[in-house]
Design a binder for this molecule. Structure first.
Ligand code: HEM
Length: 396
């Protein structure tokens, strides 16, 4: 065992470091140096800093368990399905969602996704200015989520308000708790109603698929269907909103990159991957299941470990010019969607939403910038994001 058993404890705080507001990725870049270190914050946790170790840890669920997520652990009456399960149980619960988020299913959704995007952009293009989060990056994925649940698109306003409260209340736990309780209450009623409708109800949305699903020879219970819906709300809205926020903040501040996409929209799929890499937003955590030597340090059973996709994707050992943005990378094996059994189920949907947003926004608003004097604010945490991004342009 190495004698660097417990290397220097650092006050690495990816939730509330004051520098995160203005330079979230810089806070992670500055933490690089040791392969693994311990932060003294939130009861203590390990931070792996290299992409190879982080990928390795994602791929060893028997050593790095997902049964307790969050740093510090988030108390929850029930587990998020399938995120907070380990194999083999995890696979049983992941299976029912696979068809809903397959590449084929997403391809079928693309026209509706594009129509939603165009509807929002048509409203703002003539204004010459917008607050990108409230006007686009929050309502866009929210409307798609609401449609996936089989609800009328008008319900998106309600979900967007809850999502906005969650996003903007990082220092106000009571506001976040209230928004979460309201979402839970709404989804609870919805599940009850949809289960009562049974097969006589709609057949093509998420609830219909889950109602028909089979886990280990039995149908899903009402609570299990709720747990899936709640995870999808947490996993599928904030993340896309955040990826849109960081991507458009970069494009607004870097006209040469924006002009490249306007001039050649065929670059957009590669740009989506590069923006996901350079501005990754998810910082998952795991719990060590037994004493083990890993990444040159001794981990003990019960230790908490941060597997930051931000640190993995900005690792100079893995990517040339790792902190820069290059749309011409020939290889881009990023970890923005994680790896191993829990790799993001919504990655095809997320990629489609980001591609459509970049295509349609630049078609209508090719030349925009950050509003004069505006201060862009970000937040850290398990899912990082942009809080405020005022953009301006000359209306056509
Ligand atoms: C840019 C957008 C997104 C990013 C960066 C992202 C990232 C991630 C990451 C890193 C994980 C792995 C977490 C872990 O290992 O603990 C994950 C899991 C997951 N994501 Fe996403 N996600 C995005 C969008 C979505 C969307 C749109 C959906 C669906 C509506 C979704 C559904 C899920 C689900 C269900 C899981 C859990 C999978 C499992 O436990 O097997 N995600 N996501």
């Amino acid at each position: 065992m190495p004698d660097t058993d417990r290397p220097v404890a650092a006050a690495f705080d990816y939730h509330h470091d004051p520098r995160i507001v203005s330079d979230p990725f810089g806070v992670f870049d500055a933490a690089r140096g040791q392969r693994a270190f311990q932060s003294s914050m939130y009861g203590g946790y390990w931070v792996l800093t290299e992409a190879a170790d982080i990928r390795d840890a994602f791929q060893q669920p028997e050593l790095f368990s997902s049964r307790i997520t969050g740093i510090p652990p988030t108390p929850r009456p029930r587990r998020l399905l399938p995120l907070e399960l380990d194999p083999p149980e995890h696979g049983v619960y992941r299976h029912p969602l696979a068809a809903v988020f397959s590449p084929q299913a997403v391809a079928r959704l693309e026209p509706a996704i594009r129509a939603t995007c165009v509807g929002l952009l048509d409203r703002i293009a003539a204004q010459g200015a917008c607050e990108f989060l409230a006007d686009f990056a929050v309502p866009f994925p929210t409307t798609i989520f609401v449609e996936l649940l089989g609800l009328p698109a008008a319900e998106a306003t309600r979900f967007a308000a809850w999502n906005h409260a969650l996003l903007h209340a990082h220092d106000r736990p009571e506001v976040r708790a209230d928004a979460k309780a309201q979402i839970a209450g709404y989804l609870d009623e919805l599940v009850t109603r949809r289960m009562a409708e049974g097969v006589a109800g709609r057949t093509d949305d998420l609830f219909a698929v889950l109602t028909r699903a089979d886990v280990a020879g039995r149908p899903l219970t009402r609570d299990e269907i709720f747990d899936y819906a709640f995870l999808l709300f947490i996993a599928g809205l904030d993340t896309v909103t955040a990826a849109l926020g960081f991507s458009f903040a970069h494009l607004a501040a870097n006209p040469e990159h924006r002009k490249a996409l306007v001039a050649d929209p065929a670059l957009i799929p590669a740009a989506v991957e590069e923006l996901l890499r350079a501005f990754s937003v998810v910082n998952p955590a795991r719990t060590v299941t037994r004493d083990v030597e890993f990444a040159g340090v001794c981990l003990r059973e019960g230790d908490r470990v941060l597997l930051s996709t931000v640190l993995a994707n900005r690792d100079p050992a893995e990517f040339d010019d790792a902190t820069g943005v290059r749309f011409d990378r020939t290889s881009n094996r990023h970890l923005a969607f994680g790896a191993g059994p829990h790799r993001c189920l919504g990655s095809h949907l997320a990629r489609c939403e980001l591609k459509v947003a970049l295509e349609e926004f630049h078609r209508r608003i090719p030349d925009y910038r950050i509003a004069d004097g505006a201060v862009i604010r970000s937040h850290g945490g398990g899912a990082m994001g942009v809080d405020h991004l005022p953009l301006t342009w000359e209306p056509a």
